[in-house]
Design a protein around this ligand. Structure first.
Ligand SMILES: [Zn+2]
Ligand SMILES: [Zn+2]
Length: 449
């Protein structure tokens, strides 16, 4: 028998943990924590060094699945394991590097192989080096080329590229003795590569998938009294929008975006050039972009190094600094702020005090804070107001619109669609008899779906 069990993430954005079991072998996919800025047990509560994972297991924020984690990280955990241990082989697969899919990968025992796309395998060490992910990643990640496969027991899993707002995003086709399962990871059709997402759905159909596990971030009811949501901005419209915002602006441009979206970084650097500005990013951001692209960005850029910055020891960041063609100091930016577009994360906004940004603009483009629901948005707005900068938007979400989700479900041909990674998974617009809203911890027999 082959079973599918969801242990976390049935009604949250991310934190998905699903185990497929067949003949004693186990495949766990995605190993992140739910995306919940400003809420949850550790909002404003310090994580205890060495107890990060154990505390998450104790409070039920991460599922206690036996045989996954290194023993030293779960010492003293008294919450019972959710399933019995297995004699068979266990493997982990990651759809992409976003923390809601990868946060606790650093705690996985070395005896358990972790598989991911090449870009994801390069980005994960940067997340660890910058302290962005919990737990130090000191183990190798098995890079699986696009269309490549790996096996665990009788299951063969193929990673196929899908379009999302990060490099290396993959869907999975999991062939088991009792049928095939397709998992979308995070996916969209309005990016630069919709053909990848559609090819994944078609591959699911060709493999005769019995079950599609599909994300549903953008499924939510309209707010009463709110205007109809504006149409989705396509990824292709982001760079022209950045140029359009910068052209009439005389002061500093600051952009909030995730540097592991390597394609957008290149396109935004070109958009800055079109507005007669040089794109500038921090050394750690360059480390992410180089990991995403597997090379230096193919567009004009410089690395921002405030004069007083300490030498950094983390290997991925040191390599990025060594590869940077040019560095720019805070004083250089302050002397001609209208000549630059700077990718600056919110945690470094105090640097604005040295950058003479008055009359400039902050461009939001999918970097945190993602919206007013995040308490950090008020902090960004405070800096904008006090630095006399306006806020403009040039974002394009990484997640498919509701009607595109239905299109993906249709193309997959799967008779059953498990709707997850959503606060309103029931809103997936497919025939009710196809829709499966999983119960946490319930083992679904694949052959009966
Ligand atoms: Zn996600
Ligand atoms: Zn994602």
């Amino acid at each position: 028998m082959t079973s599918v069990t969801l242990f976390a993430g049935e009604r949250s954005i991310g934190g998905t943990q699903i185990v497929v079991e067949s003949e004693g072998a186990r495949l766990l996919f995605d190993i992140g924590l739910p995306f919940n800025p400003g809420s949850g047990p550790f909002a404003g509560v310090q994580r205890r060094t060495g107890r990060e994972l154990a505390d998450l297991l104790q409070v039920g924020e991460a599922p206690n699945i036996p045989g996954i984690y290194r023993a030293s990280h779960i010492e003293g955990v008294t919450s019972p394991p959710l399933i019995p241990p297995t004699e068979g082989p266990t493997a982990v697969a990651l759809s992409h590097s976003h923390l809601d899919h990868s946060h606790v990968v650093g705690f996985v025992d070395e005896s358990v192989p972790v598989h991911a796309s090449p870009a994801t395998s390069r980005i994960l060490p940067v997340l660890s080096d910058t302290g962005s992910s919990l737990g130090r990643l000191s183990r190798p990640i098995e890079a699986v080329e696009p269309g490549g496969s790996f096996e665990v027991g009788p299951m063969r899993t193929t990673l196929l590229p899908v379009d999302h707002d990060v490099a290396g995003a993959s869907g999975m086709i999991i062939e088991t003795p009792d049928g095939t399962i397709a998992y979308s990871g995070d996916i969209r059709l309005h990016g630069l590569h919709p053909e990848r997402s559609l090819a994944f759905a078609r591959a699911a159909r060709e493999a005769g998938a019995r079950l599609l596990i599909l994300e549903g971030t953008r499924l939510f009811p309209p707010e009463p009294g709110a205007p109809a949501p504006s149409p989705e901005r396509f990824e292709a419209a982001v760079a022209p929008r950045v140029t359009q915002i910068l052209q009439p602006t005389s002061g500093l441009g600051v952009i909030m975006m995730t540097p592991e979206n390597g394609e957008r970084v290149e396109n935004v650097a070109r958009a800055a050039e079109a507005a007669a500005r040089l794109f500038v990013l921090t050394a750690d951001a360059l480390a992410y972009t180089m990991a995403a692209l597997g090379r230096l960005p193919d567009a004009p850029f410089a690395v921002y190094r405030p004069a007083n910055e300490m030498e950094t020891a983390a290997p991925t960041i040191r390599r990025a600094l060594e590869a940077a063609p040019r560095t720019i100091t805070a004083a250089e930016i302050a002397s001609s702020p209208g000549s630059y577009l700077l990718r600056l994360p919110l945690e470094r906004f105090a640097d604005l005090l040295d950058l003479n940004p008055q009359g400039g603009v902050i461009i939001t483009s999918n970097g945190p804070p993602l919206g007013p629901f995040d308490p950090a948005y008020a902090t960004m707005s405070w800096w904008a107001e006090h630095m006399d900068m306006r806020i403009e938007d040039a974002s394009s979400t990484g997640h498919a619109h509701a009607h595109d989700l239905a299109t993906i479900a249709h193309h997959s041909g799967a008779p059953t669609v498990m709707s997850i990674h959503s606060r309103h998974p029931e809103m997936l617009n497919i025939a009710p008899e196809r829709l499966l809203l999983p119960e946490r911890g319930r083992r679904y027999d694949l052959s009966s779906l």
